[in-house]
Design a protein around this ligand. Structure first.
Ligand code: NJP
Length: 223
């Protein structure tokens, strides 16, 4: 059945790949990020009937509220929300990192995700919908980029706590945890890494499960 999917961080990498796979599978996508030009290009590629571009910086709650309002106004409902916007590849550890970079990572990777989830919940309760979070392998191990790594440990804990909060409502939560993926997250190409399409297949698998199936988390690492 066709679903309406709102994706943050849809302008590149994992988010854009999930949008492409979702439309190919017959779903509709609301594409959110700060780079409206990239979202407009992707909307043109996917077709106006299937995609809507929405400019949104997830660190601003009023912009997130407007994002949800636009998506519902356009598509009439929201079945899946993918809280995927994030950054941090350039992050150094705590000793050598820049405190402004710490703040940005925590604001986008954590605060932004909680605001997305808050706006998503009423829609997902109504539609028996699905919240997907982008965690990371870095939320399961310890890495040199300690602040970035900790933002993904937050996502791991938050996904479990949200699932408890939503227990019995019909809404589901899945935390997708990629290892390294070759995306613009990094300044240089990563030939040995996963491809965004690898994550998109996991994303489609998660959202197309019947309502009695719960997938709390997916780990997907390069071989
Ligand atoms: O990276 P990239 P990925 N408000 O840079 C958006 C996690 N992850 O696809 O706003 C709204 O291609 C940005 O859009 P724009 C990672 O932590 C990755 O790899 O236009 N959106 C863009 O669409 C992140 O959570 C790897 O600049 C904001 C998107 O975020 C997710 O995967 C491994 C924003 C980033 O796309 C997607 O990253 C892993 C804001 N304030 C987890 N700031 C990996 N690549 O190896 C940024 O385990 N965005």
């Amino acid at each position: 059945m066709s679903k309406v999917i709102l994706i943050t961080g849809a302008s590149s990498g994992i988010g854009a790949a999930c949008a492409r796979h979702a439309v190919k599978a017959g779903h509709k996508v609301a594409l959110a990020a700060r780079s409206l030009d990239k979202l407009n290009d992707l909307t043109e590629e996917l077709g106006d009937d299937n995609a809507l571009a929405i400019e949104c910086d997830v660190t601003y709650p009023d912009q997130q509220k407007a994002m949800f309002d636009k998506a519902v106004e356009h598509f009439g409902q929201i079945d899946v929300v993918f809280a995927n916007a994030g950054l941090g590849a350039s992050a150094k550890g705590t000793e050598n990192g820049d405190v402004e970079n710490f703040k940005e990572m925590i604001l986008v990777n954590n605060y932004g995700v909680t605001v997305t989830a808050k706006h998503a919940i009423p829609h997902l309760k109504k539609s028996g919908g699905h919240l997907i979070l982008t965690g990371s392998k870095a939320g399961h191990i310890n890495i040199d980029g300690s602040v970035y790594g900790a933002t993904k440990w937050f996502i791991r804990g938050y996904a479990d706590n949200l699932a408890a909060e939503l227990s019995g409502t019909g809404a589901r939560v899945t935390n997708i945890n990629p290892g390294m993926v070759d995306t613009p997250f990094f300044d240089e190409e990563k030939p040995d890494a996963l491809r965004p399409d690898d994550i998109a297949r996991a994303f489609i698998y998660a959202i197309e499960q019947p309502s009695h199936v719960e997938i709390p988390s997916i780990q997907i690492y390069p071989k």
